[in-house]
Design a binder for this molecule. Structure first.
Ligand code: F6P
Length: 321
């Protein structure tokens, strides 16, 4: 009997997870493994939500947003008795390898599982925050950026028509990547992120000068992690003197059909994950760094701090001052 590989998605969902599952299933089968999928992430691993993917299940999912396997954040997985239960579910099916598509919290959980039972895993980075150390790209980022771009373009129409300032809050729990790239590519006047210091006095002077020069609307993009949305909106209103509104984009950024980039990255990461396990790697994460694909041992990912692209940071600096 062929060795089983189980594939599942875990943590916050993101576009690109569905095509990554499809490719991992199909490529694992081509490489001689018996693919399995697990519904509901780590929770499903414990609660025995396994399925044998067939052609019907693998059809019509390439374009689907979120994750067709569903996802979860499981507190129970931190307890050994539940990890034992998960291990029994793998053992009875002859599953000896795991592919997890998710964030660094999920990779840490699987690393603990590897330490407990020696089941090798490969991690595929997926989060719209783009904050997993060691990789320049995580699945879902391009789709989220395109959703933000479309929303900001719409907001600009009404901002210009009604001569208003708009503060737009984008996701990013601790990381300002989405905010910075969106601000730069949408031509926003202001961008506040946790990674860069800002100076409201100089921003104010710059905006007043532009208003004197004919500017009739303002767009400001703030990262969720700064918690500055409400404050900046009041400031635009009271200190800049332009009627201001706040738009919190929220979970709309997490959905949507994956872009071409996310579908292609999903394929490359999935092939990388199966190949890494096939080579005998036991606990690695598939990364995309400086234009090439590779793997990194889990500790190099989980013990490090993510680093933002310095050229993006440099460009965004001008929007914080
Ligand atoms: O980590 C991805 C993310 O979308 C963050 O940007 C956001 O802060 C968080 O998840 C929201 O989590 P939840 O869906 O649990 O509200």
């Amino acid at each position: 009997m062929s060795e089983g590989i189980a594939i599942f998605t875990s943590g916050g969902d993101s576009a690109g997870m569905s095509p990554a599952v499809k490719c991992a299933v199909e490529y694992a089968a081509r490489m001689g493994y018996k693919p399995w999928v697990v519904y509901d992430g780590l929770r499903g691993l414990i609660d025995d939500k396994f399925a044998e993917p067939d052609r019907e299940m693998m059809s019509g999912i390439l374009h689907r947003g979120g994750t067709f396997l569903r996802s979860s954040r499981s507190k129970r997985f931190f307890q050994i008795e539940f990890r034992e239960q998960a291990y029994e579910n793998l053992k009875k099916r002859g599953i000896g390898k795991l592919i997890v598509i998710g964030g660094d919290g999920s990779f840490r959980a699987l690393n603990q599982f590897y330490a407990d039972f020696g089941v090798p895993f490969a991690g595929i980075p997926a989060t719209i925050d783009n904050d997993i150390p060691g990789t320049d790209y995580c699945l879902g980022v391009d789709t989220a950026l395109n959703i933000i771009r479309q929303s900001v373009d719409s907001i600009r129409d009404t901002a210009h028509s009604f001569s208003r300032a708009f503060v737009i809050e984008v996701m990013g729990r601790h990381c300002g990547y989405l905010a910075m790239v969106s601000a730069l590519t949408s031509g926003a006047e202001v961008c506040l992120v946790p990674e860069l210091p800002y100076n409201l006095d100089s921003i104010g002077k710059r905006l007043q000068e532009e208003i004197r020069g004919g500017r009739n609307y303002i767009l400001a993009i703030v990262a969720e992690g700064t918690k500055m949305g409400d404050y900046l909106t009041r400031w635009m209103n009271d200190s800049i003197g332009m009627e201001a509104r706040l738009t919190v984009l929220g979970h709309v950024q997490r959905g949507g059909s994956p872009t071409v980039r996310d579908r292609l990255m999903a394929y490359k990461f999935a092939v990388g994950a199966v190949d890494a396990l096939h080579r005998g790697e036991t606990n690695s994460v598939i990364v995309y760094r400086d234009g090439s694909y590779g793997t990194k041992p889990i500790h190099e990912v989980c013990d490090a701090r993510y680093e933002l692209d310095p050229t993006v940071l440099k460009l965004a600096e001008t929007l914080c001052q």
